[in-house]
Design a protein around this ligand. Structure first.
Ligand code: ARG
Length: 301
C-alpha cells in the first residue's frame, strides 16, 4: 500500500462517532535492529521461557513487516547492526532516549543485556547525536515516554528513580515518576501508549497530548496521578494489556498495534485514530512487542 492510500483511508465511524476528530500524522525517524540473533536463552521477565522453542526466521519475517509498515507510512528507519550473542538487541527501545539531538544511553538492569550498551552508544555518536553516557540504571524508551513536554518515567522493575533525576537534569523537562507493580508489565511501554506526542491546539480545538494505559499495571499513587493528568486517556482492558496491546507506535494518526488487541483497536477507531495491525507473536516470546522494537530518534529541532 502506498503512503497516499494509507492516508486516504477513513477511520471507521464508531458508535460514538468521535471520529469527527481529524488526526494528524507526524513523520518519525526510528532506529530498529533486525533480529538475526533472536532467541530466548535466559529469563529476565516472566514472558521468557528458554525451554520454549523460538523461530528466528519467523521473528525476522514479522520484524520485516513492521519495518515495511513504517516505510509505507512515510517514516524514516535507521538500522543498527545486530550482534551475535545479544538476542535482546532487537528491542531497540531500550537502547536509549533521545530528544533534541541529545541521546541518553542505556545502562541495563541485568548483566545479560549489558553488552548492548556499547553498540548503542557508539551508534548515537557515529550518527551525530550529542551522546550522554548514563550513571544510573535505565532502559531507555522502554521506561521513558515523552508526552508533550513531560517525560513519563517508569520504575519498579528496571529503570531506577535515580535515572529519573538524571534525565530531568539532562533534558531540563518535567519528569513524572510512575511505579509499575505487575511483573508482566515490567517496562513503562508495556503499560502506556503515547498517542499524540505533540502538545497544543490542533485541528481547531484545544487538544491535549493523549495516552492509553492499563491502570492495573500501576500502584495506587501512579493511578491517581495518571487520572488527574490525563482525564481523557483511553483505559484498555486487562485482556488487551495482556497481549501487549499498549506496546504500540503512534504517529499521531496511524497507531501500529497487535492484531490481538481487539478492544483497543475499537477504542482507537472511536477516537478517530487509524489502527494498523502488525503481528509480532514471535518477539513476544522475549517479552517484547511493536514499541519495544522501535526507538524514536528525535533530532535537534
Ligand atoms: N527480553 C527483553 C528484556 O526483558 C525485552 C525488552 C522489551 N522492551 C521493551 N521496551 N519493553 O529486557
Amino acid at each position: 500500500m502506498s503512503t497516499q492510500n494509507i492516508a486516504a483511508l477513513r477511520p471507521a465511524q464508531g458508535p460514538e462517532s468521535a471520529a469527527a476528530v481529524t488526526r494528524t500524522q507526524h513523520r518519525r525517524r526510528y532506529l530498529m535492529c533486525r533480529p538475526e540473533h533472536f532467541t530466548v536463552s535466559y529469563t529476565i521477565n516472566p514472558w521468557m521461557v528458554p525451554a520454549n522453542p523460538t523461530d528466528t526466521a519467523l521473528a525476522v519475517r514479522q520484524w520485516q513487516a513492521l519495518y515495511d509498515t513504517y516505510i509505507e507510512l512515510g517514516h524514516e528507519v535507521e538500522l543498527i547492526d545486530p550482534v551475535d550473542g545479544l538476542p535482546d538487541m532487537v528491542y531497540t527501545a531500550n537502547g536509549g532516549f533521545l530528544i533534541d539531538g541529545i541521546a541518553y544511553g542505556p545502562k541495563f538492569r541485568f548483566q545479560e543485556r549489558a553488552g548492548e550498551e556499547g553498540p548503542f552508544i557508539e551508534w548515537f555518536r557515529a550518527n551525530g547525536f550529542d551522546t550522554r553516557v548514563p550513571e544510573e540504571v535505565n532502559e531507555g524508551e522502554g521506561d521513558f515516554l515523552l508526552v508533550g513536554n513531560t517525560i513519563l518515567a517508569g520504575t519498579g522493575f528496571r529503570s531506577t528513580g535515580d535515572s529519573h533525576r538524571e534525565i530531568g537534569e539532562i533534558f531540563g523537562r518535567e519528569v513524572l515518576t510512575l511505579t509499575l507493580t505487575d511483573p508482566r508489565f515490567y517496562h513503562l511501554d508495556t503499560a502506556i501508549a503515547v498517542l499524540d506526542p505533540v502538545e497544543g491546539v490542533e485541528n481547531g480545538g484545544p487538544e491535549r497530548a493523549n495516552i492509553a494505559y492499563l491502570p492495573a499495571a500501576f500502584d495506587a499513587e501512579s493511578q491517581a496521578l495518571l487520572a488527574e493528568r490525563y482525564p481523557d486517556a483511553i483505559h484498555v482492558s486487562d485482556e488487551d494489556g495482556a497481549v501487549f496491546g499498549l506496546n504500540s507506535a503512534s504517529d499521531g494518526r496511524n497507531v501500529i498495534i497487535s492484531p490481538r488487541a481487539k478492544g483497543f483497536e475499537r477504542q482507537l477507531r472511536e477516537r478517530g485514530y487509524h489502527p494498523v495491525l502488525v503481528d509480532l507473536s514471535e518477539l513476544l516470546l522475549g517479552g517484547g512487542g511493536i514499541k519495544c522494537c522501535t526507538l524514536e530518534l528525535r533530532g535537534a529541532s
